[in-house]
Write a new protein. Sequence first.
Length: 118
Amino acid sequence: QVQLVESGGGLVQPGGSLRLSCVASGSSFRVAFMGWYRQAPGKQRDLVATITSSGSTNYADSVKGRFTIARGVALNTVHLQMDSLKAEDTAVYYCNAVIPFPSVTNYWGKGTLVTVSS
């Protein structure tokens, strides 16, 4: 069974930085896409950033220039470097992985809370 485990959330002051990590385990197949989504209280879950196995990235407009997504060498890990954090970045951040075999399946982590506050 595929599991995604996130780490790195916490409390940070505005302007600070955090680094989130996610490790996917339990699959015999290559992870194609990985990404991060976030959900603030009372709001829907939104895309933050995604990255393909070849390294192509996509970012939400609200985080461009501040957040950087990267995959580990083993391609089953993904990191999100978050700089210049703002109060509006406060949310639960969820790791996502798409594994195309034996059928295209989305997997989600349980989430890690990021709180940006002074």
